[in-house]
Design a protein around this ligand. Structure first.
Ligand SMILES: CC(C)(COP(=O)(O)OP(=O)(O)OC[C@H]1O[C@@H](n2cnc3c(N)ncnc32)[C@H](O)[C@@H]1OP(=O)(O)O)[C@@H](O)C(=O)NCCC(=O)NCCS
Length: 138
């Protein structure tokens, strides 16, 4: 298992493959919500197992926002999500960022709590899904 640190132009095919499968097909998120202007400038992460097929994605903006964390269904509960998140945090530290934040789907809140993210508990609707804002000092 490994995580590649990359950019949108270099890894667009792998990033769109995973995110389309997870967010658009599996979760039914509108493609107009999925693809935004942040992709172009963000640092991106792609995870791999033993083949060239990507297993998951994540992104980090220069403001310290982590997002688009997605692991393909067949690869869940094998540590890819945690590995992608930890890589994003490591790179954020290297960029001089002291606090990372994200908008977590409430279904995934527990996953982020296990990774020491905290929330004020205020729930809001975004892209048709209930979310909470979460953050962590790094
Ligand atoms: C959330 C997600 C990224 C987790 O990825 P993953 O690779 O399965 O996570 P890991 O294997 O690293 O999980 C580490 C631990 O976190 C916990 N965990 C994982 N997914 C969880 C979830 N949905 N809810 C609560 N806890 C969870 C478990 O304790 C897990 O350990 P376990 O598998 O031994 O029980 C993945 O389920 C996913 O892509 N979901 C759909 C997209 C999504 O909702 N993304 C988040 C948007 S905010």
């Amino acid at each position: 298992m490994k995580v590649l640190t990359t950019d949108w132009n270099s890894s667009k095919d792998q990033l769109t493959f995973v995110r389309k499968q997870v967010f658009i097909i599996e979760q039914g998120i509108d493609s107009r919500d999925e693809w935004d202007e942040k992709d172009e400038d963000a640092v991106h992460f792609v995870s791999f197992g033993t083949t060239a097929v990507p297993t998951g994605t994540c992104r980090l903006t220069e403001e310290g926002q982590i997002g688009r964390l997605a692991v393909l269904p067949a690869y869940r509960h094998q540590g890819y999500g945690e590995m992608l998140l930890n890589k994003a945090i490591k790179v954020a530290r290297e960029m001089g960022i002291r606090k990372v934040f994200l908008n977590a789907q409430t279904d995934s809140q527990r996953f982020y709590e296990k990774q020491n993210f905290i929330t004020d508990g205020r729930v809001f609707l975004s892209a048709g899904k209930m979310h909470v804002k979460m953050q962590r000092d790094i």
